[in-house]
Design a protein around this ligand. Sequence first.
Ligand code: NAD
Length: 434
Amino acid sequence: MKIAMIGTGYVGLVSGVCFSDFGHEVVCVDKDPAKIEKLLRGEVPIYEPGLEQLMAKNVAAGRLSFTLDLAAAVAGADAVFIAVGTPTRRGDGHADLRYVMAAAEEIGAALTGYTVVVTKSTVPVGTNRKVAEAVARTAGDTPFDVASNPEFLREGAAIDDFMRPDRVVVGVENDRARKTMADIYRPLSLREFPVVYTNLESAEMIKYAANAFLATKITFINEIARLCEKVGADVKAVSKGIGMDGRIGSKFLHAGPGYGGSCFPKDTKALARIGQDHAVPMQITETVIRVNDEIKHRMIEKIEDLCDGALRDKVITILGVTFKPNTDDMRDAPSLTIIPALVGAGAKVRVVDPQGRHEGEALLPGVKWVESAYGAAQGADLLVLLTEWNEFRALDLGKLAKKMAHPRLADLRNVYDRDEVLAAGFETYVGVGR
Ligand code: NAD
C-alpha cells in the first residue's frame, strides 16, 4: 500500500515509521521545514525510545521518506492519514480543528485517484463528516472516502503500543474504505490483534471515552490517596488490593501529582465541551478536570508544608519535569503548575531531567538546570521526585542525604519506602496517599 502521513509529530512519525515497517510505502509530510530537514538527515525531532533505529532501517529499505511537499506525497497514495495537532482552542476548551481542516482541503486538491482520507488525530464527534466536506470542496470529481482511525499509543512506549495494540479502531462508511483499511492493518490482524470496525461517530467517541475513562481512573485513586493520608491507610496497598479485582484492573491506579500530558487534559476538556454543545453535560468528566487541578495545587501545599510553611530562599531540587518518563513532551505537565508556584514564592529551584531541558527551558523561567541528581542535591533543603525516570528510581539515598542541607524527600510518585529513606539519613519522607 502507498500511504501519505500528514504531520510528523509524536503520533504521525511513529505511525508512519511503523506502517513502513509493515512493508507499506510511506511518505511523511510536515509543514515545519526544520523537522523535515532533521528527518532527512536521519535525526528524530522527538525523544521516543527505539524510533531512530526503526526509522533508519525503513529509510534504508527504501520504504520511508520525508517531504514538505504534501501534493507530491498524496498523489497516487491509497490512503492519506491526517495526524496533525488538535490542541485546546484558546478561550472555550473546544478542540482546535484548524490544522485538521487546512490539511483536509490541501489533501483534496492533491488527490489523483480513489483515496481513503483517514483522520488519526483525536477529533470531536462529527469532525470526519466535516473533513469529508473539506476534502470534497477541493477534490473536484476525484473519488474518495473518509475513515476515522483514532490512535491509542502512549509516548515513551509508542512503538510497542503501535505494533502490539490492544485493538485498532476503524470507523468507515462503506466496504471499499474498509478494505483499504483492512489491507493497511493486515500485518496486525494476522498476528491476531483485533481491529474493531464501527461507524465514524462511534470511532470518534471511542477515543474521547477511553481517555476520559483513564483520566477518571487516575483522578479517582488520587482522591482516595488524599483520604488515605487522613485515615492512616496506604494508597499503594489500596491500589494493589482493588486492582487485583479483574473488574477494576491494576493499571492507572498509581497515585501521583495529577495527570498531565498532551492528551488527557485537552481531551477531557473537549469532551466536556461536546457534552455541553449537545445539552448532555459530562458531569463526571467535568468533576475530574476540576479535581485534577486541585490535586496539582495540593502538591504545592505539600512542598510548602515540608519547607516549614515558608518557601522563600529554600533550595528545592526537582527530579523530573516531563509529564511522564521516557518522553521529552512537556505539554500540560504537572511541573508547569508546580514549579512556577515555587519560583513565584521565592524558592531557589534546581531541576534535573534526562530529556526535558530542550522543551522545558523556555517554559520554566527562573530555575537552574543541573545534569545529575547528586549535583543538584548539594546544599538543598528539599528533594522532590516529580517524574519517575528510571535513573531516579534507584538513587543512592545515603549519598543524597549527606549532600543536602536538610535531607527531606517529597516522593510524589511513591517510588521509595519511608523506612528505607529514613534509614538512609533523611529526616523527613512524604509520599502521596500514605
Ligand atoms: P504534534 O504537535 O507532536 O505533531 C503535529 C505535527 O503536525 C507537527 O509537526 C506540525 O508541524 C504538523 N502539521 C500541522 N499542520 C500540518 C499540515 N497542514 N501539513 C503538514 N503538517 C502539519 O502532535 P501529536 O502529539 O503527534 O498529536 C497529533 C494528534 O494525535 C492529536 O490530535 C493528538 O490528540 C492525537 N494523539 C496524540 C497522542 C500522543 O501521545 N501525543 C496519542 C494519541 C493521539
